[in-house]
Design a protein around this ligand. Structure first.
Ligand code: GDP
Length: 445
C-alpha cells in the first residue's frame, strides 16, 4: 500500500532514537531532519513539511521531553500526535440532513480520479448503514459513464436514476430529487461529469447544480497517485465551488502518499473516505489517528476488525468459533477461512494492518502464501472425502497416499498440510473469545 517507503524510513529514524538513552538537542534535530527528508520524498507539500517539523521540534526540545525517562519514545509520540493533527484530528462524518429531509451529495472530480467507482462504493457503505440512496447519472458527455454507474449500482443493489445524455445535469438532478421524494430515498448522490483538466465549463456546470438543487455535501474525488496535483486540484475546487470534503482514491497503489498528509493542511478540508482498491467494497472511512498509526508502522487493527465485520458472514463465523473451541475445526472450516481471507483482500492486506509488519516482510509472506500455493492446498482438501474433511483424525497413511494422488502432489505435502492444520487447531482451542458482537464500539459514518 501507499506509504511503504515512508514507513520504512520513519521506522529507521525511530529505531535510532530509541537506541539512545538520553537525547541531546542535536540528536532531536538530526532525527527531525531525516523525518523532513522522508516526508518530502513522500511528496508531502513543502510548506506542510516545514510547519510540521517546526511544530514537532518546538514540543520535542522542551525540558520535559529531554529529561524524561524515555525521550526517544516521547519524540515518537509527538510525531504521531502532530501527524494526526495534520490530517484533521477528528474523523469527519458525512453530514446528513435531519429527519425526513433528503440529503443531496454531489460528487465531483477530474476524469479518471475514480469518481464513478467511488460514488458506487459510497452508496454501498450507506446501504450497510441502513440508508436507501439513489445514484444519479449526471455525466451527460460520456454515455459510457452512465452505463458504468448503472452496472456498479446494480452490483451494489442500489437504484440508479438516469435520463441518458440528452438533458442538462441540472434538469437531471432536479428530476432525480423528485423521483427520490416519491420513492422514499433519503440520500441522492449525483455523479457529475469530470474532465481531464480543471476547466471553466466544468466549474460552471457544478456551480449551476449547486445553485439550483439543494446540495448538502459537495465531495471531491482525487487520485492519491497524482500526489501534489491532487492537492492543487482540491485547492482549486475549494476556491471555485466550495467543497465539504475529499474522497482520496487509490491509496492502495504504489503512491508515496503525500496527498493524504497534505490535503487537510493545505485546503482546510478533511478527507472523509479513502479508496483502497478497485473492488466496490474497497472504501474505508478516513480516521486520521489510524492513518497516522499505519504510516508510522504501528498497524491499524481497528480497521481490520471492521473490515472483517463488513465482509464476513457473522453466523458462519460464530459457528466456526464454536467449533474452534470444541476442537471440531474441520478441513471444511479451513477452506472457509481461506475464502474469508480472500474476501479481506488476501493475507498480505490483512498483515499490512498489523503492528510491526513492514513492507519487506510482507513480500516474503506474500510469496510463501501466493495464489498458486493456496490453490494446491485447496486441491488437497478437495481430494479428501467429506468424512475425512469433517474428521481429519481418520487420515491414515493409505488415505493420505490416495489424497496425494488425487491432488497430484507429493505425500509430503499432504503431511505438511495436516500437520499445519493440527497446529492451527491446537492454537484455536487456546484462543480466547475472538468474535465480538457486530457493530460494538463502531462509530457512525
Ligand atoms: P472517473 O473517471 O473519475 O469516474 O473514474 P472511474 O471511477 O472510472 O475510475 C478510474 C479507474 O480507477 C478505474 O479503473 C477504477 O477501477 C480505478 N479506481 C478507482 N478507485 C480506485 C482505488 O481506490 N484503488 C484502485 N487501485 N483503483 C481505483
Amino acid at each position: 500500500m501507499a506509504f511503504d517507503s515512508l514507513t520504512d524510513k520513519l521506522q529507521n529514524v525511530f529505531k535510532n532514537l530509541r537506541s539512545k538513552g538520553k537525547l541531546t538537542e542535536d540528536d532531536v534535530k538530526a532525527a527531525l531532519r531525516e523525518v523532513k527528508l522522508a516526508l518530502l520524498e513522500a511528496d508531502v507539500n513543502f510548506r506542510v513539511v516545514k510547519q510540521f517539523v517546526k511544530d514537532v521540534q518546538e514540543r520535542a526540545i522542551g525540558q520535559d521531553v529531554m529529561n524524561g525517562l524515555n525521550p526517544g519514545q516521547m519524540v515518537i509520540k509527538i510525531v504521531n500526535e502532530e501527524m494526526v493533527k495534520l490530517m484533521g484530528s477528528e474523523t469527519t462524518e458525512l453530514a446528513y440532513r435531519p429527519g425526513q429531509q433528503i440529503t443531496i451529495v454531489m460528487m465531483c472530480g477530474l476524469q479518471g480520479a475514480g469518481k464513478t467507482t467511488t460514488t458506487a462504493k459510497l452508496a454501498g457503505k450507506m446501504k450497510l448503514k441502513g440508508k436507501n440512496p439513489l445514484l444519479v447519472a449526471c455525466d451527460v458527455y460520456r454515455p459510457a459513464a452512465v452505463e458504468q454507474l448503472k452496472v456498479n449500482g446494480e452490483k451494489q443493489g442500489v437504484e440508479v436514476f438516469s435520463m441518458g445524455t440528452g438533458h442538462s445535469p441540472v434538469d437531471i438532478a432536479k428530476a432525480a430529487v423528485e423521483h427520490a421524494n416519491k420513492n422514499g430515498n433519503h440520500v441522492v448522490i449525483l455523479d457529475t461529469a469530470g474532465r481531464l483538466h480543471v476547466d471553466e465549463t466544468m466549474m460552471e456546470e457544478l456551480k449551476a447544480i449547486k445553485e439550483q438543487v439543494d446540495v448538502a455535501q459537495t465531495l471531491l474525488v482525487v487520485d492519491a497517485m497524482t500526489g501534489q496535483d491532487a492537492v492543487n486540484v482540491a485547492s482549486t475546487f475549494e476556491e471555485e465551488i466550495g467543497i465539504d470534503g475529499v474522497m482520496l482514491t487509490k491509496l492502495d497503489g504504489d503512491t508515496r502518499g503525500g496527498a493524504a498528509l497534505s490535503i487537510r493542511a493545505v485546503t482546510g478540508k478533511p478527507i472523509l473516505f479513502a479508496g483502497m482498491g478497485e473492488k466496490l467494497s474497497d472504501l474505508e472511512q478516513f480516521y486520521p489517528e489510524r492513518m497516522a498509526s499505519r504510516i508510522l508502522g504501528m498497524g491499524d487493527v481497528l480497521t481490520l476488525i471492521e473490515k472483517a465485520q463488513d465482509s464476513i458472514d457473522e453466523e458462519k463465523a460464530r459457528d466456526m468459533e464454536k467449533r474452534f473451541k470444541k476442537a471440531e475445526f474441520s478441513f471444511d472450516d479451513y477452506l472457509e477461512s481461506m475464502n474469508q481471507m480472500k474476501k479481506l483482500g488476501g493475507l498480505s492486506s490483512v498483515l499490512s494492518m498489523m503492528p510491526g509488519v513492514n513492507a519487506s516482510q510482507l513480500g516474503d509472506i506474500e510469496s510463501a502464501m501466493d495464489d498458486k500455493k493456496m490453490r494446491r492446498i485447496e486441491g488437497i482438501i478437495y481430494s479428501m472425502t467429506p468424512q475425512e474433511r469433517a474428521n481429519p483424525n481418520i487420515l491414515n497413511p493409505s488415505r493420505k497416499q490416495r489424497i496425494a494422488k488425487g491432488a497430484g502432489v507429493d505425500i509430503a505435502e499432504v503431511n505438511r498440510l495436516v500437520k499445519q492444520f493440527e497446529q492451527a487447531r491446537k492454537m484455536m482451542k487456546q484462543m480466547p473469545n475472538m468474535m465480538g458482537k457486530r457493530g460494538r464500539g463502531r462509530k457512525g459514518m
